[in-house]
Design a protein around this ligand. Structure first.
Ligand code: UDP
Length: 238
C-alpha cells in the first residue's frame, strides 16, 4: 500500500464548494465527487476529520441577513453547516464509508453532540468525523472551528480546500502577475498581508504550531496527492 504522509488530518471544506456551478445549495454531482476524493484518502489509512461551512445556504454576515440581530443570523449559519454535514455524511454512506456527525450545538434528535473523547474514539476506529455547527458560538467562522477542532484532535495539518490552488502574492483573478507560494511561514504571510484564513483561525493555528495547507478542491486528485506528501497548493508553516 502507498504510504501516507499523515496519520490524522483536519479537512476544512467551505459550504460554497458544495454548490458546484449552482447559485445555492448542494449540487449532487459535486458532493459525490468530493466524497470520492475523501474516500481515496480514507483508503490510505489516514484518520480524517472534516469541518464544513454553510455559506452555500446561509451566512450570518450575508446581505440576506441585513438588519438581523447578528447572533441570531450566526446561529442560522451554524444550522446551515449542520445541513451540509448531514448531506456529506449521507453521501459518504452511499459510497460505503462510515461517518459520524458531531454538533457543537445541542440538537440531539438530529446529530450527536460533540464530545472530544468520542470523536477521538471514532477516528481511531477509522470512522470519518464531521464536525457540525462550527464552534457553537456566534461571531466565529468555520475556519476557526477547523483550527480549534484540528488542535483538539491533534491533527498534523489543517487542509483548507478552496476554489484557488493555494496562496498567491495577490488576487490571481485581478492581477495576472500574481504568483503562488509553494510554502510560506505564518510570520511572512502576516507581514505580506496575505489572507489565508480569517484572523482568529490563523492566530490559533500559529499559536498551536498547526500547519495549514491551502489547496484547490476543484483540481482532481489534489487531496490524495497532499496526503501522499506531494507538493500541492501552499503550505503555511511555523
Ligand atoms: N458560524 C458561526 N460560528 C461558527 C461557525 C459558523 O456563527 O463557529 C456561522 C456564521 O454566520 C457563518 C456561517 O455560520 O457565516 C457559515 O459558516 P462560514 O461562513 O464559515 O462557512 P463557509 O464560508 O466556509 O461556507
Amino acid at each position: 500500500m502507498t504510504q501516507a504522509a499523515y496519520k490524522r488530518v483536519l479537512l476544512k471544506l467551505s459550504g460554497e464548494a458544495l454548490m458546484g456551478d449552482d447559485a445555492y445549495g448542494i449540487n449532487r454531482a459535486t458532493i459525490e465527487r468530493m466524497v470520492a476524493d475523501v474516500k481515496e484518502v480514507a483508503q490510505l489509512g489516514v484518520e480524517l476529520a472534516i469541518v464544513i461551512g454553510g455559506g452555500n445556504i446561509f451566512r450570518g454576515v450575508a446581505p440576506g441577513a441585513q438588519g438581523m440581530d447578528r447572533a441570531t443570523a450566526d446561529y442560522m449559519g451554524m444550522l446551515a453547516t449542520v445541513m451540509n454535514s448531514l448531506a456529506l455524511a449521507d453521501a459518504m454512506r452511499q459510497q460505503g464509508m462510515t461517518a459520524r456527525v458531531m454538533s457543537a450545538i445541542s440538537i440531539e434528535q438530529v446529530v450527536e453532540p460533540y464530545v472530544r473523547p468520542k470523536a477521538l474514539q471514532y477516528l481511531e476506529e477509522g470512522k470519518i468525523v464531521i464536525f457540525a455547527a462550527g464552534t457553537g458560538n456566534p461571531f466565529f467562522t468555520t475556519d476557526t472551528a477547523a483550527a480549534l477542532r484540528g488542535s483538539e484532535i491533534g491533527a498534523q495539518v489543517v487542509l483548507k480546500a478552496t476554489k484557488v490552488d493555494g496562496v498567491y502574492s495577490a488576487d490571481p483573478n485581478k492581477d495576472p502577475s500574481a504568483t503562488r507560494y509553494s510554502s510560506i511561514s505564518f510570520d511572512e504571510a502576516i507581514s505580506r498581508h496575505l489572507q489565508v484564513m480569517d484572523a482568529t483561525a490563523f492566530a490559533l493555528c500559529r499559536d498551536q504550531k498547526l500547519p495549514i495547507r491551502v489547496f484547490s478542491i476543484v483540481k482532481p486528485g489534489a487531496l490524495a496527492r497532499i496526503v501522499l506528501g506531494e507538493d500541492e497548493g501552499t503550505l503555511v508553516h511555523v
